[in-house]
Design a protein around this ligand. Structure first.
Ligand code: NAD
Length: 495
């Protein structure tokens, strides 16, 4: 059953000013229309930002513990509705139910974690260098924040941004990906029900260029928090750079799992299957490369091929499905294009490499879990983000070569090494260029109270989640109070 959804501006659900809409359909079954959504434009952006700007002036004065109570209530509502929200999310973007439940759970965890911050938001106190003077620092809200998000974590990623931004006292304009507007609308609905004041959270659906572009460029938007492709991240970096806006970027990845000869191979196999084919390979932290130490490479590859072929592809709502569809035809075409590139580059296709067709599959964007062997580090297959169920296997002769190959991409988000040797593990932790390193675990599986983000082309130095996200959504203010009753001059040599 489909629904007609609206934008949320100044506390009211409203259609796009133009009256235009776009459709969102189930990627497992294109006959299933999930909903109709406002196809917004710059005039809707202007209305949303104006509402946020107005609401900010009173919201910033609400004590942080009170702001946090609303966030906590929202998390409780998500908890109550978790199953329905997960089902809608699977219908909307395809990943299997166990994973969409996890997506909603991540938002719940984030809500509880961020709400605790309402009673912390710690600053520093320090002694002054002068008598009868006090020095301390406090976190201040920044203003209106634009949240622009991708489709692969429809609720978790918005929650990582919106919950902490609200606790910090900012107002929000949220633009989700066009493939996942329903989950995003439900998330906003929960905030409205939890009692967020009118205008503090605003929500617009529509295209990247028509909504995301004007939103990021709007002079009253002070922070742009973006998760998505490096390509769009670069566009926003130019835009925000010329306007001197704060910009937090969480971008692509080309993550690798290393398996050394001393590893527990059963564990490593389970890890790579989950890391490479979970969410149909559509995670920024997906395992896109597998780096095998030569002594175990042959035997491991054989087991991998067998296990990849056995994975059950299908509709994510079916409990026995392990790999859902790709999110849209474009993602499937990109996957197919990389398979052709891999073949032309001389890599060996050992599993998958084709869409799944036939009864039950014709109306969806299904693709077989794909493995390429004999991949070399300079191939596009080993360097570029694919964002589909394609795993490239590379073989190395030593630990040093494994680390070198692991680091030999433009990205640096997640990484993993399977080894029983603590010395190797410690050197890997030190030498891998990535924001996240797992030892004896796959490249996916972030926890919301730990910093999340990457180095090199994966971002611009910010970290979401944890308390580190507060640096995105607050400005530091340093306060000096002089109670000496006379002019005391700092930065002057008084000795
Ligand atoms: P995308 O970059 O195409 O879109 C992301 C968002 O930006 C969408 O809401 C889109 O509408 C909007 N957008 C597009 N063009 C825009 C423009 N010119 N101006 C402003 N906004 C614009 O990414 P996607 O396809 O939705 O998601 C997949 C990408 O996201 C992958 O590269 C993946 O690695 C990345 N990702 C990164 C993380 C992370 O935390 N590092 C997490 C999830 C996904």
């Amino acid at each position: 059953m489909s629904e007609t959804y609206h934008n949320f501006i100044d506390g009211k659900w409203v259609p796009a000013r133009s009256g235009k809409t776009f459709e969102n359909r189930n990627p497992a079954n294109q006959e299933d229309l999930v909903g109709l959504f406002p196809d917004s434009d710059e005039s809707d952006v202007n209305a949303a930002v104006a509402a946020a700007r107005r609401a900010y002036e009173s919201w910033r004065l609400v004590p942080a513990p009170r702001r946090a109570e609303i966030v906590r209530r929202a998390a409780t509502l998500l908890e109550e509705r978790k199953e329905d929200l997960a089902r809608l999310m699977t219908r909307e973007m395809g990943k299997v139910l166990a994973e969409t439940r996890g997506d909603v759970q991540e938002a719940i965890d984030c809500g509880y974690f961020a709400s605790g911050e309402g009673r912390r938001l710690y600053g520093d106190t320090a002694p002054s260098e002068m008598p009868n003077k006090v020095a301390y620092s406090v976190r201040m809200p920044v203003g209106v924040c634009a949240m622009i998000t991708p489709w692969n974590f429809p609720m978790a990623i918005p929650s990582w941004k919106i919950f902490p931004a609200l606790v910090c006292g900012n107002a929000v304009v949220f633009k989700p990906a066009t493939d996942t507007p329903a989950s995003a609308a439900k998330f906003v609905d929960v905030l409205a029900e939890a009692g967020i004041p009118d205008g503090v959270v605003n929500f617009l659906t529509g295209g990247g260029k028509s909504v995301g572009g004007p939103l990021a460029a709007h002079p009253d938007v002070r922070v742009v928090s973006f998760t998505g492709s490096s390509e769009v991240g670069r566009v926003l970096a130019r835009e925000c750079g010329t306007r001197l806006k704060r910009l937090s970027l969480e971008l692509g990845g080309k993550n690798a799992q290393i398996v050394m000869e001393d590893a527990n191979l059963d564990l490593a196999l389970e890890g790579v299957l989950w890391g490479a084919f979970g969410t149909t390979g559509q995670r920024c932290t997906a395992t896109s490369r597998l780096i095998l130490h030569r002594p175990i490479a042959g035997v491991f590859l054989e087991r991998l091929i067998e296990a990849a072929r056995a994975l059950k592809v299908g509709d994510g709502l079916n409990p026995s499905t392990q790999v859902g569809p790709l999110v849209n035809e474009g993602q499937r075409e990109t996957t197919a294009a990389y398979v052709e590139i891999g073949k032309k580059e001389g890599a060996e296709l050992v599993s998958g490499g084709e869409p799944v067709t036939g009864r039950g599959f014709d109306q969806g964007f299904f693709y077989r879990p794909t493995v390429f062997a004999k991949v070399r580090p300079n191939m596009r297959l080993a360097r570029e983000e694919i964002f589909g169920p394609v795993l490239s296997v590379l073989t190395v002769d030593s630990f040093e070569e494994a680390i070198h190959v692991q680091n030999d991409t433009p990205y640096g988000l997640s990484s993993s090494i399977y080894t029983q040797d603590v010395n190797r593990a410690m050197r890997a932790i030190r030498d891998i260029e990535a924001g996240i390193t797992y030892v004896n675990g796959p490249t996916i599986g972030a926890e919301v109270h730990m910093p999340f983000g990457g180095v090199k082309d994966t971002g611009n130095g910010h970290r979401e989640a944890s308390h580190t996200v507060l640096d995105v959504f607050t400005e530091w203010k340093t306060v000096y109070i002089d109670y000496s009753g006379k002019l005391q001059r700092a930065q002057i040599d008084n000795h």
